[in-house]
Structures are given as C-alpha cells and as structure tokens.
Design a protein around this ligand. Structure first.
Ligand code: BES
Ligand code: ZN
Length: 612
C-alpha cells in the first residue's frame, strides 16, 4: 500500500479511474439518491483496488459486459476523516459497475425542504465536494491527484430541473426501466420524471464534481455566461445585474493567464445556507446569495472563482497539503483581475483586508504553528477543520514577493508558462519550486524559498500593503484608542470593504459603550452587507456588549456561510468566563443546525466541542 494523499485510500500502485458514468435517481421525500456508477480504469487491473466512500450503501458490483458479480468488501471500520474503504477485487478487468445508494446525511449534499428555499414551493438539493466529500456521493479515488471525465444522467421530478458543472446534453423523458431504477418506492411513476443528461469531457479532480436540482431558472448575462438561481424574479434580476461584468473579467483573465479552457462560465446562486462565498465548480461557479448587494464584493468573489479556472481547475494541488498552490495563486490572480476591472484602490483594500486576516490567523494557530506553513502535514487532520486564510494570504504574499523580485512583466510571463506547462495536471510544492528555479535562475539566492514554503509564521520580507487608502483607514481605526470616531466626511464614500477594513483594525481594547456609540452613529449592526455586519457583531461579542445578541442569533439563523459562522460561534465560546454565551451558542446552534449544510454543521460542532 502506497498512499499518495493523507485524505484518501487511493493506492499509487493501482491504476487511476479515468471515466465514470453515473445514473442518479433522486428520491426527494427520502433525501436519498439511488445510483449506479460505471468506473473505467486507465489499464486492466488484477487484485484489489481501493476506493473512498462515506455513508454509502453498496448494493452490488458487476462486470458491465457479463453482469457477473465482482467480489468487494466495504470496511466496517470507519475512519472519521477518510470514511469507509471499499475494496473491489478485479481479475484483469478495467471496468466495473457499482450500484449503491447515498444516505440522507451524505456530507456533500444539502437537501432543503420547500420552506428552506427562496420560492418556498419546491425542494432543492445541491453538492459541495471540496475538500473530501465527493466520496459521499459516489465511490471514487477521492484525491485531486486523480482526474476523471464523466457523464451523468440525473433522474428527477418533472417539476424540477438540474444543473451541473458539466455540459448539458438534453432534458428528456426516461426510457423504460430508467424511472423505477433500483427504487422500490411505487409512488413514483415514469410520467412524473425527467432525465437530464450531462457530460464532462475535460478531466477534473473529484472535488470539482457538482450539481444542483430544484426549481431553477436563468438569465443571460454575457456571451458565455448565464446566471442561474431559484425561479424568483427578484433574485434572478438582482443576480443578473450584479454579475453583468463577467465577460469583461473573463477577457482580462485570458489576457493575463492564457485561454479560458472551459467553454462556459455560468454562475449559480444558491440558497443562503451555501457554506462558502463561492466554489469554483468548472463551467458553473456556485455562489452564496450574500454576495449580491450591488457593490464591489460580488465582483471580487466572482473574480476569485473565475481565477480558479486557471489556478486550481487547470493546475491543481496534488493533495490538500499543497492547498496553497490552489488558493494562493488564485488570490494573486483574483487581485490582478480586480485591479484591471475595479481599479487599484479596490485591489489595495482587498490586499489590506487579507493582510489583517493573515495576521489574525497567526494568533489563531499560535499553539499549532504547523498550519501557519504553506506546505502542511495533514496526516490525521480534517481539512475542513484547519481551513484558514494562510494558504490564501501567505500564498499571495509569497507570489507578490517573487513578482517584486523579478518585476511584473517577467512574473506575468512566468505565470502564463506555469499554467500552460502544468494544465490538467496535479502538482506539489516541490514541482512548483523546481519550475521556478529552472525559469528564474538564481531566485533561490534572492528569496529564502524554503522559509516561505516550509517555515512557520510570516517571513520578514513579506510586506504590509502600501496604499494611501489602506493607510488612511488603518490610521483612522487606530485613532479610536482615544475614543475618536471617524468624521462624516471620512466615511462619506465608504463601501462595505472600507468599513470591513476599518472594523477589523479597531483596537482590541475597545469597550462595549464605544461599540454602541459607533453603531448609534453608523448603524453597522443593521448593514445589509454581511461582511460589515459580521465584523461589527464580532467586536460586539468580544467586548461583551450583549445588546446585539438578538442580531447575532438572527444572523446565525439566516445564513450558513462558514466565513460568518466560524468567527461568530468562536467569539461566543472562546476564552474564560463565557458561561452564558456558551449556553446561548449551544441553543442557537441546536435551533439553526437543520438549516446548515452538513459541512458547516461539522465545523460548528468542532468549535463548540473544543470550547464547551
Ligand atoms: N475553493 C474555495 C472554497 C473551498 C475551499 C471549499 C476549501 C472547500 C474547501 C473557493 O474558491 C474560495 O476560496 N471561496 C472564498 C471566496 C473568497 C476568497 C473571495 C470564500 O468562500 O469565502
Ligand atoms: Zn478559492
């Protein structure tokens, strides 16, 4: 057994799966998917083949040509991170057909009942496979080192439609036998069902597999972009307005990083429980509805997910220990796009917010400095538990350091070459460093590459951002020490990002009465912008200002984005003498939990169990 990924049972001596054909029958009342998966290997294999699964029931495995059963065993021992090992015993075979069923608590899937959706009329289900959740939808070698092409037939109720991070082929009536597939529920009949066919012809790592099923409509926003959302005209219209600049961004991306290889760049706006700001599913990015607010941040998240089309989806980290190759490069690329389409000031603000975030993470990980490294050891570590700004912001700083050393024109050329050299490959930090040294001779003498990639903390040659807007806002925040609030003319043209930077840089010593005074003047607790509201509520909690707990509770029940859940729950329960807050946090979680995606539920549970 030679593992290649601490989060997967994949064995390097086994052939990789190159193609999967999936048939998925959605049973909404039971929150289950009756499925079959035909796996094709890169070469015929004899002996055992290891696959990852989590909470799947395996019904049978057969040879697709002869239908003869293929021996398999599903380990009864369940690793809390990796899940259950499925061993298939092959004899010179390169294809096998697995029939199986997902469970209602599959970690990748959120099943929403009609009241949990925008339109309140139809159920909805969607996936989130990154980091290691694809295995809870279908058995696979769930490591980004393995790339698969796939086809998928989604059998769904006729009143709904399906979207995927793949090319849509057709919506059609089920052929005989397809409707009742492996499902004993006689209440379904073929007439009530449709099948939506998709194909993904480009090889993707399993974490980029994605679908959503619900009452979904779309608006055209550009020549290769549509925005999809639940069929609520107000949501669709606002989304179409917010993302009107998508085509411009794609063109800028192409200028900077090379051709856009994924044909379409569609956007799907999910219900508020979506656990991330955005997820770079190829051809169709998934987004939280909280980014639709008619200012610069929506575009920033789109720029980030678009940037992954090159850094992440084309050039992919080999496993999560090298996650910075995905997110650090993408943060750098995102800011280059933002700089062109929104201007240098906005890019500078984002860099400033990121710098503060990076410094805060040093505090969070002060007892576990491993996770302040770019290259981390994740043996026995759940990637969702150590998700942080470090790979994003330290990765960004590292690339900026190289850019500063060699100059922007040379760095731009280097980036393009890096992407075209490694596209459709999964690489590690050493591969990047070797490529860097080969293409920028002598760089290792100028920059301590080992310190940057293997060292803890922030290297001394990282730079606090320099820009007039950043410096002005940070110094205004520092003046609060003397109780001095910003003047109306200072804040007159501030948007959400300016306020976020200001709030995050306020002194730790701020008192509850000062928080209340700030809010009385600027109404931050009522901000429609969740970044601002959550930054304010964090301050309110840490200064012990209980007046805002009703707003905290409302926020925790309204949105399931982990960027907000993590700090709010953490600030409530962390530290001594927080008995009342702990009881409050536990009650709110118990009441809100059903609305969170399973990944978010797990993350909040981990925070509460660490401190309560
Ligand atoms: N790929 C990430 C989201 C992710 C990371 C999901 C790790 C699961 C595991 C995505 O590209 C991302 O970084 N989203 C950010 C957007 C922001 C940086 C603009 C988010 O969700 O906040
Ligand atoms: Zn990202």
């Amino acid at each position: 057994m030679a593992p290649i990924d601490p989060h997967s049972y994949t064995d390097s001596t086994h052939p990789f799966t190159t193609h999967i054909s999936l048939s998925l029958y959605f049973d909404f009342p039971a929150s289950e998917i009756y499925s079959s998966a035909l796996l094709s290997l890169s070469s015929p294999h004899t002996g055992s083949l290891s696959l990852d699964t989590r909470s799947l029931s395996i019904n049978s495995i057969v040879d697709p040509k002869t239908l003869t059963p293929i021996p398999f065993s599903l380990s009864s021992e369940i690793d809390p991170i990796k899940g259950a090992l499925l061993t298939v015993t092959l004899s010179n075979q390169s294809e096998f057909l697995i029939s199986f069923k997902t469970s209602p608590n599959s970690s990748a899937l959120q099943w929403l009942s009609p009241p949990q959706t925008f339109n309140k009329k139809f159920p909805f289900v969607y996936t989130q496979c990154q980091a290691i959740h694809a295995r809870s939808i279908f058995p696979c070698q769930d490591t980004p080192a393995a790339r698969i092409k796939y086809s998928a037939k989604l059998n769904i109720p006729q009143s709904l439609s399906a979207v995927m991070s793949a090319r849509h082929v057709e919506r059609r009536v089920p052929v005989s036998g397809e409707a009742a597939m492996a499902c004993d529920d006689s209440t379904w009949c073929a007439e009530d069902r449709v099948v939506e066919d998709f194909v993904m012809e480009q090889p993707i790592p399993p974490y980029l597999f994605a679908f959503a099923v619900g009452e979904i409509s779309h608006r055209e926003v550009g020549p290769r972009t549509r925005v999809y959302a639940e069929s609520v005209p107000t949501v669709l219209d606002a989304a179409a307005r917010e993302f009107a600049g998508a085509e411009d961004m794609i063109r800028q991306g192409e200028k900077l990083f090379g051709p856009y290889d994924w044909e379409r760049f569609d956007l799907l706006v999910l219900p508020p429980s979506f656990p991330y700001g955005g997820m770079e599913n190829p051809r169709m990015v998934f987004l939280t509805p909280t980014v639709i607010k008619g200012d610069a941040t929506g575009a920033q998240v789109v720029a980030h997910e678009l940037a992954h089309s090159w850094t992440g989806n084309l050039v992919t980290n080999k496993n999560n220990e090298h996650f910075w190759l995905n997110e650090g490069f993408t943060t750098y690329a995102e800011r280059r796009i933002v700089e062109v389409v929104q201007g240098e000031d906005i890019a500078a603000l984002n860099i400033g917010i990121g710098w503060k975030g990076l410094n805060d993470e040093m505090e969070r990980f002060k007892d576990n400095m491993e996770f302040t490294k770019l290259k981390t050891n994740q043996e026995g570590v759940d990637p969702d538990d150590v998700y942080s700004q470090v790979p994003y912001e330290k990765g960004f700083q590292f690339l900026l350091r190289i850019e500063r050393q060699i100059g922007r024109p040379a760095f731009d050329e280097f980036l393009k070459k890096y992407i075209s050299t490694f596209k459709f490959q999964s690489i590690d930090t050493d591969t990047f460093l070797d490529f860097l040294k080969a293409n920028v001779p002598g760089i290792e003498k100028e920059i301590n590459l080992e310190l940057w990639t293997e060292g803890t903390g922030i290297p001394p040659d990282a730079h606090e951002p320099v820009s007039s807007i950043y410096t002005k806002i940070v110094s205004l925040a520092n003046e609060f020490k003397n109780g001095q609030m910003p003047k109306d003319e200072d804040v007159a043209d501030w948007g959400g990002q300016e306020w976020e930077l200001y709030l995050e840089n306020l002194p730790k010593s701020i008192q509850a009465y000062q928080i209340a005074a700030l809010d009385a003047r600027f109404r931050l607790s009522e901000s429609k912008d969740h970044e601002v509201k959550v930054a304010f509520l964090q301050l309110a909690i840490s200064s012990g200002c209980q007046d805002y707990y009703a707003e905290v509770e409302k926020t925790l029940k309204e949105v399931g984005r982990m960027k907000y859940l993590r700090p709010l729950y953490t600030h409530l329960v962390q530290g001594p003498g927080k008995e009342e807050e702990k009881i409050f946090a536990k009650r709110v979680f118990a009441e809100a939990q059903a609305c969170y995606h399973p990944i978010a539920q797990g993350v909040v549970e981990a925070i509460l169990s660490k401190h309560v």
